[in-house]
Design a protein around this ligand. Sequence first.
Ligand SMILES: C[S@@+](CC[C@H](N)C(=O)[O-])C[C@H]1O[C@@H](n2cnc3c(N)ncnc32)[C@H](O)[C@@H]1O
Length: 230
Amino acid sequence: MFTLDQVVPWGRSFDEYRRMFALTDADLQGRILGCADGPASFNAEATRRGATVVSFDPLYRFAADQIRDRINVACDSVLEQARQHQEQFVWDFIPSVEALGQIRMAAMNAFLADYPRGSRDGRYVDAELPALPFADRAFDLALCSHFLFLYSEQLGETFHEAAIAELCRVAGEVRIFPLQALDWARSPYVESAVERLRRAGLEVSIERVPYEFVRGANEMMRVLSPARSA
Ligand SMILES: C[S@@+](CC[C@H](N)C(=O)[O-])C[C@H]1O[C@@H](n2cnc3c(N)ncnc32)[C@H](O)[C@@H]1O
């Protein structure tokens, strides 16, 4: 069972999503699925800009106050981890640990402000991989930030196979960032996923993106289903 104390809620901003996934204005015109979006402000900010975004995460079975309390508990320990491993990060767009705290808290507060209305509007859906309550090709683009590949050791390869297949079922294109696991090394499942998806007739590429916060984590996986790539 998914419980709140298993999660370290930590959310990124629209600008970070834009760079992690090399999003173009044309991408933002389509129907977008935010996977494992947690307390990221991508949905809130993209919706404000006129985009059509649905986010799903098992976190969304909890109320805003419960999520806020959990964020407040997690924040200090996440920043302390970053402070202890400063050499693992590229401090340019985010210049310091203090700025990291401010940027992430601003993103999470934007999420919290939008969450009640977004939930009522069906933009925040309580659902979890590997089985989603969406129709085939309900979305043009699925974005998965800091979930698949990151938790390689915890989730395992079978989960990754099923989860990526499910994302390809509900969206014509899937982008996943980063390709690194929590130990900072590239996930052992990346190459096997590329091979398996290509064998299944999907078009897969690993692409450099204009975002690098964890040192070396600057590539995303893009998977196009046949109808879209034809
Ligand atoms: C590190 S956070 C990433 C949040 C956001 N995508 C970002 O990059 O800012 C990972 C998220 O995965 C969610 N999660 C955990 N198990 C999941 C599952 N089986 N399916 C979808 N999301 C899950 C957690 O609730 C959490 O919000």
